[in-house]
Design a protein around this ligand. Structure first.
Ligand code: GUN
Ligand code: ZN
Length: 434
């Protein structure tokens, strides 16, 4: 097996910078190296030591660029790539005007395959190595996504979006409680653990499901607890009110999932902005995860997620929410995470932002130590960042007094131009043609 030695600056974590002082868990090596063999990280350390210990390794020297664990986008909708940056609507009108008509096109497996390929190319070009995506109601949309990911050896998470409520879903985009259960189960059994694929049971959100459908999907999760579960929670105030009307017997929005078995470790709730104290305490208690989607939350006018409070007490990752969000870049998502935390009165440290984009994401997927982690035994998904990728960034980075000051301009101002290289499962990915 070929040994690959990647040299550059190296950033890794051996703890959670929201639970412990960031300086005690973030490890930066100025002249570092990462040894990769058989798709796995075998060693991380000083470049000189690794060179001496592994003279047979093939060396790629990235100079002053930063080698990081690959980015994990914990909530996105690959079927919405084609409608990114659609103007002028808030959530419910945006879904009806732009999203549902586009998702209906995924009845055509050839279109689904084309959009899956395009989305994964865009994600990798932006430094993302794991995506957690919704499909559409069409089972073939999930096959298309996992097939395209398998070709790239990517560890991805996806599931068939389930929506069956008569009064809230269009005729052209509706399944049933039974078909949602049957199709989800068949896809889960086909894909979960096949290669690097992981399946997430995926009710879109409680407004578009009947109680019968939520119950059926809760039953499926009880039968297949190894799978993940993803849905949306408390994204907009109007939506929370809508849920109250549709589920009058529920204590709160979370209860519409909890009552049917759709709460637990491995649950990933997208957005989760307008939460009650009970909801926060309950999700923290069971180890559920939140996917913070800051670019989407501003574009759709949803609200300000409380990262400083929530990350201290529960599992949180960050996400593009393509195509509510207006970027494929997790750098852009880190910038928006920082900006929204500032509006909440807290300046997140660059170490905390990088942790959220890597280790934090892995943790909500129950994949900590396996992905999003630059450490021995982890899968070799790596993103190499140019910290001087544009003239504006370069002139600021040149004045930096330390590594974190040199990194922060890329987190606040960077995009796909900052991505020097991406390694997936120990394989260098082809650079996108300019
Ligand atoms: N809530 C239910 N479906 C969606 C979706 O597709 N995007 C966003 N942002 N929120 C949702
Ligand atoms: Zn979403």
């Amino acid at each position: 097996m070929t040994k690959q030695l990647l040299l550059g600056q190296v950033l890794s974590f051996d703890g959670n910078p929201f639970e412990t002082e960031w300086a005690s868990v973030a490890r930066h090596i100025r002249h570092g190296g990462v040894l990769v063999e058989g798709g796995v990280i075998r060693a991380v350390g000083e470049a000189g030591d690794l060179r001496a210990a592994h003279p047979d390794a093939r060396v790629t020297d990235y100079g002053a660029a930063l080698i990081s664990a690959g980015f994990i986008d914990t909530h996105m909708h690959y079927p919405q790539t084609g409608i990114i940056a659609s103007w002028g609507k808030r959530l419910i009108d945006w879904l009806n005007t732009y999203t549902f008509p586009e998702e209906s096109r995924f009845a055509d497996p050839a279109y689904a395959a084309q959009m899956a390929e395009q989305t994964l190319d865009l994600a990798v070009a932006h430094g993302t190595t794991t995506l957690v995506s919704y499909g559409t109601i069409h089972p073939a949309s999930v096959d298309a996504f996992f097939t395209a990911a398998a070709r790239r050896q990517m560890r991805v998470v996806a599931g068939k979006t389930c929506m069956d409520r008569l009064e809230t879903t269009p005729d052209f985009l509706r399944d049933t409680a039974q078909s949602a259960y049957d199709d989800s189960k068949a896809l889960l059994d086909k894909w979960h653990g096949t290669g690097r694929a992981l399946y997430a049971i995926t009710p879109r959100f409680s407004p578009t499901s009947t109680e019968a459908q939520l119950r059926a999907l809760g039953d499926l999760w009880r039968e297949r607890p190894e799978a993940l579960m993803q849905t949306h929670l408390s994204e907009q105030v109007d939506e929370v009110e809508w849920v109250k009307g549709l589920y009058p017997q529920s204590r709160d929005y979370l209860d519409t999932y909890e009552a049917f078995g759709l709460l637990g470790e491995g649950a990933i709730y997208g957005h989760a902005i307008h939460l009650t104290a009970r909801e926060i305490a309950r999700m923290a208690e069971v180890g559920a995860g939140l996917a913070h989607c800051p670019t989407s939350n501003t574009v759709l006018g949803s609200g300000l997620f409380d990262m400083p409070a929530l990350a201290a007490q529960m599992r949180v990752g960050i996400a593009t929410d393509t195509a509510g969000g207006n970027s494929f870049s997790m750098l852009r998502v880190m910038a928006a995470t920082y900006e929204i935390a500032q509006l909440r009165g807290t300046a997140l440290h660059p170490a905390q932002l990088m942790w959220l984009a890597t280790e934090g994401g892995a943790r909500i997927l129950r994949q900590e130590g396996r992905i999003g982690h630059l450490g021995v035994g982890a899968e070799a998904d790596l993103t190499v960042l140019d910290l001087s990728s544009t003239p504006a960034i370069a002139q600021r980075a040149a004045r930096a007094g330390d590594f974190w000051e040199a990194l922060f301009p890329t987190l606040l101002m960077g995009d796909d131009r900052a991505i020097t290289a991406v390694w997936v499962n120990g394989q260098l990915q082809p650079q996108p043609s300019a």
